[in-house]
Structure formats: structure tokens, C-alpha cells
Ligand binder design. Structure first.
Ligand SMILES: Cc1ncc(Cn2c(C)c(CCOP(=O)(O)OP(=O)(O)O)sc2=O)c(N)n1
Ligand SMILES: [Mg+2]
Length: 569
């Protein structure tokens, strides 16, 4: 039998694990090391899924997208100082994208850090994290772990979701306290993300404006995908008959082939609409800040904006009808109004959108059919478009420049939260972390479509994918470089700044870790290899040879790059 005194004690290690499990958190994405190696081991022994990565940035990206997919904060666990810093990019990106995650990092002892006495991996991590995340907390006493974890969870998912930092100094873990006191110190968070109901007056104002519209438009942002109010969103579109444009990670809320989709007629929809309903979509650079030629005549637009964050309103242009609340509650309120009194779909406007959409789709179709070798972006993406059409519950991870921008318009999505990409920052490096978490959290097959440069940021995680035998099929669009593989060094000394090794074979990497590597040069070979990977569920990397001449610098956003006006010397 366990000696009497031991049976009544618990410690920091166990309280952290008990607090996470008590709140329904089952998975930790981490890179082990001092002072958190045993925390990971104990968590695994107590039934939590502990996924160990090769770099903390990828573990952090995995935690962030786990939060987006589950509405529970994803947990990234790192060592102090350098490990914590490696996790910060993912924490900041999660906060920018409103993905709920908690970065938990071990840290050095306060008394040594505050006197700057040179502790192992000494750093004032809490101070450094604060400006980059939504909230940051430190726990010094074991009896406070329950409250600390509860506050971190509530901060991550309530209101506008985001990244939270939780700082746990090394000495906290081995602190021993009475087991009963420990159990009573734990908090199961009640209603961490409460519904936030819009004010009836705001709903009336929005409905009145919408009823006055002749060319209304709905824009669905990734907030609408995160909300998991899928039925209400679909009903709002279908019962109002208003056309909609999905932002990248909102694709699939309604199938991209939906008759009311204006995705393929985006520029007409934005330019010629008169009242625009923003649903969890911010008027940031991705929507040209709500002004300029993208939006037609100045002052021709009036915005209804649904957002849980009141301060988002008027961020770029005046919002005529702010609707503050959670997306589900706001959409339901609008739907109520439409069901009571609605003039029906704007037929002429729908005809304008429909004809524009069909013309654009017809223009693109031939490019997707080419069976050229080496492939161009369009012909390779044409093959993957068919894969997703045949396998709508697969999850598509996507990053790169041409590989991203062209895939967004070419690969239709059919279900919500199935397209995971670079989000608001356009950050490279999310690929493998997102692929791991998508597979771990959903069990669904994952197709990661990667530019060859983008893949390079997280490529070492192919070993992680093989180690956990995850159903991930990586397709690398290998055009031998960033954007294009044709740059040169005018002095002739080095390769051009954006080119890579010619005819590189990324598929060979996979074989090093027991995965399957395939090299393909035609769309037919690509489709066959992807189908085989999706059927087998085995970690697979397909090196898709793309013409180095194909594509354009920075994909669709080249205009953001400053150019020197001075004469080249
Ligand atoms: C962290 C980080 N570093 C650098 C960039 C700049 N960048 C970089 C480096 C891209 C890679 C483009 O090359 P690719 O091979 O992935 O894609 P294509 O060749 O298919 O265009 S896209 C882009 O905006 C970035 N967005 N994020
Ligand atoms: Mg490239």
C-alpha cells in the first residue's frame, strides 16, 4: 500500500495536468526539455496526447490551428528562453488570426531573473510575451495553478479569441501541497465563451439598411468559420438570396459551387455592391481597407459589420450598422428579421454576379486541363481541384505565393473549416504544424499543398509526421525557388537570391524517415499519387515538378513590394 503521507500529496506537475484535463483539454503540442520534460512524460502517462515536434514554432502553429478547429485553446508547451522565443511567432500569429491557444513555457526563477544573476536560460519571458498576445499570466504557487489555467483558458476563447502566454517557473512543478487542497484549488471554467447577444436596436438598424439595398453582398470571414454557426450562416445566405464572397478560410461554409457564391466574381461583387454585410471579416489589407478602386465610387458603400469586438468598428471606414456580438447570435437575429419581413432576392443583381462568375470560370477552365510537363501551377492545381471534389472531407493546408494565391481560387471547398492557410499575416511556415494538428484533431486525411520555399520553413517536421504515422499527403510545388526559379546574380558569383538547387528532390527526404516519396511531372501522375496517398493514409511527400518560369513574383501581392526608383548602377 502507498505510505500514508504520500497518498495525501500532489505537486505542480500533477496540478497542471489535472487542470488541463478538468477543462477537457486532451492534447499538448510541445518540444521537450528543461524544465518541462517530465511534465510532458507525466501528461502522456495520464492519458493526454503529447505530440513532440522538432521546432517550437511548428508546435505553436499546431496548437493555434487546433484552437481554430475545436474552439478549445490549443496548448503549446516549450522550454524557457530560446524555446519560448521560438513559440512566440506562432503565439503572435494566433493572436493576429484570432485563434485560441495557450503558450505554456517553463521559465527561470524570479529571484534570479529579477536580479539578472545569470540563471540557465534566464529571460523575463512574461514581459516579452505581453505585447505579442491577448493576455499573459505567471503562476508562482502550486495552489494558484487551477486559477492560472482557468484564466488562461477564459482569456483565450472569450470575446475575440487569441493567444495567451502562461509562464510557469521551474520551481513551481516540484512544489508539493496537500492533495485535497490541490483538488479544491482546481477550476472547471464555466461558460468560457459566453454568447454575446446583439442589442435589438442594432439589429433593427442593420435590417433596415439591408432592406434598402439593391445590390447587397455578404462577406464571410474566417471568424464565421470559427463560430461553428454553420446552419445559421447557410440559412442567412439562402433565405435572403444575397450573394456571398468567402474569405480564404471561410471557403466551404457553403460549397464554393453554390449558386449564390460570388467568389469567382469577387471584384465585381466588391466594386458594384451597395450594402455589404461583413460576417467575422475585418476590413484590413485583405479587403483593401474597405476603400479605393476595389470598392468602386468613394462613398458608394455602406457596411453592416458583425464582430464580437466593438473596437473593430470604424477601424478603416465608417460602419453604418455595427452589430456587436458573437456571430451565431448576430446571424440568428438577422435571420429572424428576414424571416419576418424580406423583399426577396435581388434578381437583377444576382444575374450580374452569376454571369460574371460563369465567364471567369469558363476563362480559367482550359488552363486547368493542360496535361503539360513540366507542369504549370494551373495544370497541377487542376488535378488537386478534382481530388478535393472527390474527397470533400479531406483537410487542405496551403502556403506559398503562387501556390497559395492560385490554389485559393482554383481548389473549391465543400465543407466548413477544411481550408487552413496563411491567414491575416500571409505568414510562411504554418504548413507542417497545421498538417499535424489537422490530422491529430480530426483524424481526417490532410492534403498539404506547399510552395517549395514555404515548405522549407517547417520541412523538418516530416519526421514528426512519419513518427506519429499521420495521414498527411504533402505536395510540394517545386519550381526551384521562391516565387520563380529563374533569378540570377548579375555579378555571376552566386545563384540569384530567390533560386534553389535545380531539380531538387524533396521526395527523397520522406524516405529517410520511412515515409513514401514520389516524384511526378504530369497532372495525371500527380492525381494518381495523391489518390494513392489518401487511400493508404500513409505519410507521403510528392515532389511535383513545376516549370521554374511559371508564376509571378510574390503571387498576387507583388504590388506591395517597394521598388527602387533609382537607376541601377
Ligand atoms: C515567415 C515569412 N518569411 C518570408 C515571407 C515572404 N514570402 C515567402 C518567402 C514566400 C515563399 C514563396 O515561394 P514558394 O516557393 O513557397 O511559392 P511559389 O514558388 O509557388 O510562388 S511567400 C512570401 O510572402 C513570408 N510571407 N513569411
Ligand atoms: Mg517556389
Amino acid at each position: 500500500a502507498v505510505p500514508h503521507e504520500e497518498a495525501e500529496l500532489t505537486d505542480g506537475f500533477h496540478l497542471v495536468i489535472d487542470a488541463l484535463k478538468l477543462n477537457g483539454i486532451e492534447t499538448i503540442y510541445n518540444v521537450p526539455g528543461i524544465p518541462i520534460t517530465d511534465l510532458g512524460r507525466l501528461a502522456q502517462a495520464e492519458g493526454m496526447r503529447v505530440i513532440s515536434f522538432r521546432h517550437e514554432q511548428n508546435a505553436g502553429n499546431a496548437a493555434a490551428i487546433a484552437g481554430f478547429l475545436t474552439k478549445k485553446p490549443g496548448i503549446c508547451l516549450t522550454v524557457s528562453a530560446p524555446g519560448f522565443l521560438n513559440g512566440l511567432t506562432a503565439l503572435a500569429n494566433a493572436t493576429t488570426n484570432c485563434f485560441p491557444m495557450i503558450l505554456i513555457s517553463g521559465s527561470s526563477e524570479r529571484e534570479i531573473v529579477d536580479l539578472q544573476q545569470g540563471d540557465y536560460e534566464e529571460m523575463d519571458q512574461l514581459a516579452i510575451a505581453k505585447p505579442l498576445c491577448k493576455a499573459a499570466f505567471r503562476v508562482l504557487h502550486a495552489a494558484d495553478i487551477g486559477i492560472g489555467v482557468a484564466r488562461a483558458i477564459r482569456a483565450a476563447v472569450s470575446g475575440r479569441p487569441g493567444g495567451v502566454y502562461l509562464d510557469l517557473p521551474a520551481k513551481l512543478f516540484s512544489q508539493v501541497i496537500d492533495a485535497d487542497l490541490g483538488a479544491r484549488s482546481l477550476v472547471k471554467v464555466i461558460d468560457p465563451a459566453p454568447a454575446q447577444i446583439p442589442a435589438p436596436a442594432s439589429v433593427t438598424r442593420a435590417l433596415d439598411l439591408l432592406k434598402s439595398a439593391e445590390r447587397p453582398l455578404i462577406i464571410l470571414g474566417k471568424g464565421a468559420a470559427y463560430a461553428q454557426a454553420d446552419e445559421a450562416v447557410r440559412a442567412l445566405v439562402e433565405e435572403s438570396g444575397i450573394p456571398y464572397v468567402p474569405m480564404s478560410m471561410a471557403k466551404g461554409l457553403l460549397p464554393d459551387t453554390h449558386p449564390l457564391s460570388a467568389g469567382a466574381a469577387r471584384s465585381t461583387a466588391l466594386k458594384d455592391s451597395d450594402v455589404v454585410v461583413l460576417v467575422g471579416a475585418r476590413l484590413n489589407w485583405l479587403l483593401s481597407h474597405g476603400k479605393g478602386k476595389t470598392w468602386g465610387e468613394p462613398g458608394s458603400k455602406r457596411f453592416i459589420q458583425i464582430d464580437i469586438e466593438p473596437r473593430e468598428m470604424d477601424s478603416n471606414v465608417e460602419i453604418a450598422a455595427p452589430l456587436v456580438g458573437d456571430i451565431g447570435s448576430c446571424v440568428e437575429a438577422l435571420l429572424d428579421g428576414i424571416r419576418k419581413d424580406w423583399k426577396g432576392a435581388p434578381q437583377n443583381w444576382l444575374e450580374t454576379i452569376r454571369s460574371k462568375r460563369e465567364a471567369n470560370i469558363a476563362k480559367m477552365a482550359p488552363k486547368l486541363m493542360k496535361n503539360s510537363s513540366p507542369m504549370c501551377f494551373h495544370s497541377a492545381l487542376g488535378a488537386l481541384r478534382t481530388v478535393i471534389k472527390e474527397r470533400p472531407d479531406a483537410i487542405l493546408v496551403n502556403e506559398g505565393a503562387n501556390t497559395l494565391d492560385l490554389a485559393r481560387g482554383i481548389i473549391d471547398m465543400y465543407q466548413p473549416r477544411k481550408r487552413l492557410d496563411v491567414g491575416t499575416w500571409g505568414v510562411m511556415g504554418i504548413g507542417m504544424g497545421f498538417a499535424v494538428a489537422a490530422a491529430v484533431e480530426t483524424g481526417k486525411p490532410v492534403l498539404a499543398v506547399e510552395g517549395d520555399s514555404a515548405f522549407g520553413f517547417s520541412g523538418m517536421e516530416v519526421e514528426t509526421i512519419c513518427r506519429y504515422e499521420l495521414p498527411v499527403c504533402i505536395v510540394i510545388f517545386n519550381n526551384n525557388g521562391i516565387y520563380r526559379g529563374t533569378d540570377i546574380d548579375p555579378t555571376g558569383r552566386d545563384p540569384g537570391t530567390t533560386v534553389f538547387v535545380k531539380d531538387s528532390r524533396y521526395d527523397k527526404m520522406m524516405e529517410a524517415f520511412g515515409g513514401i516519396g514520389v516524384n511526378v511531372t504530369t497532372p495525371d501522375e500527380l492525381k494518381r499519387a495523391v489518390d494513392e496517398a489518401m487511400d493508404s493514409g500513409k505519410p507521403t511527400l510528392i515532389n511535383a515538378v513545376i516549370d521554374p518560369e511559371a508564376g509571378s513574383e510574390s503571387g498576387n501581392i507583388g504590388s506591395l513590394n517597394p521598388q527602387s526608383t533609382l537607376k541601377k548602377k
